[in-house]
Write a protein that binds this ligand. Structure first.
Ligand code: M6R
Length: 613
């Protein structure tokens, strides 16, 4: 949530900062700002709305030497937490006369007490933000040593932060720090670019150092010194960012979401490459370092996640129980730590997160660790906090997901969860023969997805009939219930149509009261156990004048007759049919939103990763 980028070195900072902001805009996009400094001048520029508005503001000041020549600056794109999205509330925030200038991600929980104290000391506040409290607090300790002032200020802070700041008297020196909100430092030749996520730095360098919680770094040119809040010098290993700058470009597609939908066959191949041993009928997940004894003794799988990752977790739950015979549950990460969960040393808590930074999922990981459970991550972003704190797990290798609506992460999560289920199943009750078939079923997923993508134009035509609606139900059962949930989530977040996913059997327990002509129903009708029952629900919906879109198995004439519109998906066992069925719904939602003229990659009020509670 929110994006930070900062630069110090030998090049002009402005283009690097603007480029970084554009890369980070998916993290938050209600206002943006930039501050530049040099020996003679320090200035802050801010604009409400998208980064494009900031660029326009700067374009009006082309004769400014600072804009052309400054080699040090900080920038921010905001997702509002404290105070509405206005120019005043945009970052960077500055202390009087721009003595200290700072950008911040996270939430300062004791901002009210600190604000009252700072006001009493004579500080005047120009914004409603918690960040302005921090900048004045640093200023109040500043005595020509910015590092010392920041460390003293941070010791008074309760809450979370990722910050970058400088003092106008010390141009070229950046202080960056983290607690609960990621900071990565990209290292160049006599220069460094700091950001809240790697996508802002990959154009310049692949060598990166990730700060740990309570780290503070002094960055000047290519020199980086990292200390902890108690002022001890520490070493953090540099790692190589393993995706290319192209991966974070639209590559000719109108939206990142569409590009990411179409990347799925390759993304899933990457997620399963080298991890399936067909001969052994097993999955090879070396990152999941459970000892053979731990695998056999495994008593329970508890999956935690939020949003799309939570929906993927349901598939993992069903497959683990179905094939491994191990009790499994899925928990909303946001609830996990508040309800005193019962987990112990024979339970595996699997945290699913595309970003690896979701605050609630991270808190669930920490709670599970406290309780002595085995904990692993199923994460996309390498080096992210959940990946590092779990210490074991399975990376998705889906490549960067930029669109706020998660697509390829879901299908890779499901593919990996099926491999996890296979591994558990083989250690428990699955035969070698069944294991081989299961392995082949997983390997077939990318091709199933390709066959759905080939129907893109057809799906776009189906979408035309749904543009007019303001609400919709999605129904499914068994493995298709998570697909209904995920389909509804996708439609609501990008098209602003109020969509709800239900287990098909739940319709009669309440939701059916809402059925009428203006409430279309999307029914997951893939051939397999449960289809006939869902068909029964479809007839009930039709009897109440609802228009029904069926996601059906290719050639299923009975299903075609039952519905008003249909999208055919390839025949597959239901545990893998989840993936092509979801892809069909991703494309459906995408086209509905496109036809409604919605800002698909950056839906209102959302941000790509939710790093605050
Ligand atoms: O990065 P994570 O997978 O932890 O994110 C979880 C959710 O915030 C995320 O899936 C969200 O629901 C997406 N916007 C859904 O498209």
């Amino acid at each position: 949530m929110c994006g930070i980028v900062a630069y110090t070195g030998k090049q002009a900072a402005l283009p690097i900062l603007i480029n970084g902001l554009k890369r980070l805009e998916y993290r938050g996009y209600d206002s943006a700002g930039i501050a530049l400094t040099s020996e003679s001048e320090t200035k802050v520029y801010k604009a409400k709305g998208k980064v494009a508005n900031l660029v326009e503001l700067l374009a009006g000041q082309e004769d400014s030497l600072l804009l052309k020549e400054s080699t040090c600056g900080i920038a921010h794109t905001r997702w509002a937490t404290h105070g509405s999205p206005t120019q005043e509330n945009a970052h960077p925030h500055a202390s009087p006369e721009n003595q200290i200038v700072l950008v911040h991600n996270g939430i300062i929980e004791n901002h009210n007490q600190l604000r009252a104290k700072l006001k009493a000391d004579g500080y005047e506040f120009l914004s409603e933000t918690d960040t302005e409290v921090l900048v004045h607090l640093v200023d109040s300790f500043y005595d020509d040593d910015i590092y010392d002032a920041v460390i003293r200020a941070l010791k008074q802070i309760e809450g979370t932060y990722g910050i970058a700041c400088f003092a106008k008297n010390q141009p070229g020196k950046l202080i960056v720090a983290r607690r609960g909100s990621p900071i990565v430092i990209g290292m160049g030749d006599q220069e460094a670019i700091v950001a809240s996520d790697a996508s802002a730095i990959i154009n310049y360098t692949r060598q990166a150092v990730y700060l740990d919680d309570n780290d503070i770094a002094i960055v000047q040119g290519g020199d980086i010194e990292i200390r902890t809040l108690d002022d001890s010098l520490v070493t953090r290993q540099a790692s190589e960012i393993d995706w290319s700058p192209d991966a974070a470009e639209k590559g000719g597609y109108e939206h990142y979401m569409l590009k990411e939908i179409f990347e799925q066959p390759e993304a899933i191949r990457n997620a399963i490459r080298g991890r399936i041993d067909v001969n052994a009928g097993n999955a090879v997940l070396s990152g999941l370092s459970l000892a053979p004894r731990e695998l056999v003794d495994l008593q329970r799988l508890v999956v935690v996640g939020c949003g799309t990752s939570l929906n993927a977790g349901l598939v993992g739950q069903f497959a683990t129980e179905d094939f491994a015979g191990i009790p499994a549950s899925v928990e909303q990460a946001a609830e996990f730590r508040y309800r005193n969960p019962i987990v112990g040393s024979r339970d595996l808590v699997l945290a699913i997160s595309q970003s690896g930074e979701t605050a609630d999922t991270l808190a669930a990981v920490r709670e599970a660790q406290q309780k002595g459970a085995l904990v692993a991550g199923l994460v996309n972003v390498v080096g992210s906090t959940i990946a590092r704190e779990t210490g074991q797990g399975v990376y998705l290798h889906a490549g960067p997901e930029i669109s706020v609506a998660s697509t390829k992460a879901f299908t890779c999560q499901v593919s990996v969860l099926l491999m996890v289920a296979l591994k558990f199943a083989r250690a428990h009750r699955m035969s070698h023969e069944r294991g081989k078939r299961f392995a082949e079923e997983i390997l077939a997923i990318p091709e199933l997805v390709e066959r759905v993508l080939a129907k893109n134009d057809e799906i776009a035509r189906v979408a035309e009939s749904f543009v007019k609606y303001e609400k919709a139900f999605f129904i499914g059962r068994g493995y298709l219930y998570p697909v209904a949930m995920e389909g509804a989530l996708k439609l609501k977040e990008i098209s602003y149509i109020h969509a709800e996913g239900y287990h098909a059997a739940e319709l009669k327990h309440g939701p059916i009261a809402l059925l009428e002509e203006s409430m279309p129903v999307v029914a997951l009708l893939n051939d397999g156990p449960g289809k006939d029952k869902t068909l029964g629900n479809v007839y009930e919906c039709k009897a109440r004048n609802a228009t029904v879109l069926g996601i059906i198995t290719e050639g299923d004439e009975e299903a075609k007759q039952a519905v008003d519109h249909y999208i055919e998906v390839p025949d597959a066992p239901l545990h893998t049919a989840v993936v092509p069925a979801t892809v069909a719904l991703q494309l459906f939602s995408y086209h509905v939103a496109r036809l409604r003229g919605c800002p698909i990659d950056q839906p209102r009020n959302l941000a790509k990763s939710v790093t605050v509670e």
